[in-house]
Ligand binder design. Structure first.
Ligand code: ADP
Length: 410
């Protein structure tokens, strides 16, 4: 089955075409600056990347261009759009309704829309992307894979906030968690690498990228995660503050004469390691600046590691043990200095990093020593593959059900 995987942001659209039988990526790319001027990047497997400008006033035109590119007689990988058997959409917020991926029926889409309040920055663009695909491929089944779904197994004591209960009941104010597709993929892959069943393992997954989150996966199920009602809570991130005393918001608004919205913009977009260092949200820039003696870059990196260490330690306590600590995403996969600084704190758990194994970027590898009591593993995340797998599984099941129904109706 050929699956088109779509990940829509407010002005961008990432796409991949994956053959679900071989799990080979046939082509991938990115539409950027949608609604501005429109930039297309396209890479067919094994061939050079192509980049060009093309007007994309809205997501519909971006999807149109993706389909045109994929079926281009010279550089395309499909002979026609009919070759696309299913579309898998990365969805952000599924509230409490979606604990797993689902077929995107009109009813499901209405329910997802009702969560727009909970994720005003992230949910609406994904729905726009689904609508554009529905218009252009009306007979192709679509599946939604939610960032929040994997965390739905958290027990109430982990997801409830210490606020009046009525806000949970009336508005759904609680911890949801994000990056769930990555946490699920990576924790299952870790079990494969260790040759064990997920049910027999306690794993802490550290998804450290532009946005960062940590989750505790006990017996294959998420029992805790660091992000909350929105992706703002938890670790110090690239530009997000992570955990702060909520009073800081009122205090800064008052002192700087700013509105609530303005301060929220600062804690989301101008804080984190960017805010502390005053230099960059990119860890490559910070590693370089710290090497050159920049004190605030060093402080930013140390604060980031400190927040990761605090969360890992508390999640080990929540699970009453740990078999594996897994690193993934841009920083987790690539930054050996950060990995080493974090794992240095777990000597008390007899966890030992193998410095030679840790000297690598972007590989799947066990980076702890053979005698380490806790396995430390680096696993490149692959959310697109996880979306493709769920999509193929759900669509195949639906096709079988439809075929059975047809036979029975005769
Ligand atoms: P996103 O949340 O946007 O998907 P990624 O998982 O791609 O983010 O992570 C992006 C971040 O990864 C960059 O901002 C950068 O800080 C970090 N990163 C990427 N490559 C390296 C590297 N070689 N060394 C250190 N940090 C890196």
């Amino acid at each position: 089955m050929k699956v088109l995987v779509i990940n829509c942001g407010s002005s961008s659209l990432k796409y991949q075409v994956i053959d679900s039988d071989t799990e080979h990526v046939l082509a991938k790319g990115l539409c950027e600056r949608i609604g501005i001027d429109g930039k297309m990047t396209y890479q067919p497997a094994g061939k050079d990347k192509i980049k060009y400008d093309s007007p994309m006033p809205a997501h519909r035109q971006a999807v149109e261009l993706v389909l045109k590119q994929l079926t281009d007689p010279e550089t395309g990988v499909l002979s026609s759009v009919d070759e696309i058997d299913a579309v898998g959409h990365r969805m952000v917020h599924g509230g409490e309704k979606f604990a797993c991926s689902t077929l995107l029926t009109d009813e499901v889409l209405k329910t997802v829309e009702s969560f727009n309040d909970l994720a005003p920055l992230h949910n609406p663009p994904t729905l726009v992307g689904v609508e554009a695909c529905k218009e252009l491929m009306p007979s192709v089944p679509m599946v939604g894979v939610f960032d929040t779904a994997f965390h739905q197994t958290m027990p109430p004591e982990a997801y409830i906030y210490g606020l009046p209960y009525e806000y949970y009941e009336k508005y759904g104010v609680r911890r949801y968690g994000f990056h769930g597709t990555s946490h699920r993929y990576v924790s299952r892959r870790a079990a494969d690498i260790l040759g064990k069943k997920p049910e027999d393992l306690k794993i802490v997954v550290c998804h450290l990228g532009n946005g960062s989150s940590i989750s505790a996966v006990d017996g294959g199920k998420c029992v805790e995660t660091s992000m909350g009602l929105t992706p703002l809570e938890g670790l110090i991130m690239g530009t997000r503050s992570g955990d702060i005393d909520p009073t800081c918001i009122e205090f800064i608004a008052h002192k700087e004469n700013l509105s609530l919205e303005e301060v929220m913009n600062i804690v989301n977009k101008k804080s984190g390691v960017l805010g502390i260092s005053g230099i960059s949200s990119d860890f490559r820039d910070l590693d370089e600046a710290a090497k050159n003696g920049n004190a605030r870059a060093t402080l930013a990196l140390k604060s980031f590691c400190h927040s990761v260490v605090k969360y890992i330690g508390s999640f080990v306590a929540v699970m009453n043990g740990v078999d594996a600590i897994v690193f993934t995403a841009g920083i987790g996969e690539n930054d050996d200095i950060i990995r080493s600084a974090i794992i240095d704190h777990f000597g008390y758990l007899n966890t030992k990093l193998d410095p030679a194994a840790n000297q690598m970027h972007g590989e799947e590898r066990i980076i702890s020593t053979p005698d380490s009591a806790v396995s430390v593993i680096c696993i490149p995340t692959n959310e697109e593959l996880a979306i493709c797998r769920d999509t193929a599984e759900i669509v195949t099941k639906k096709l079988v059900e439809d075929a059975v129904k047809e036979v029975l109706s005769k």
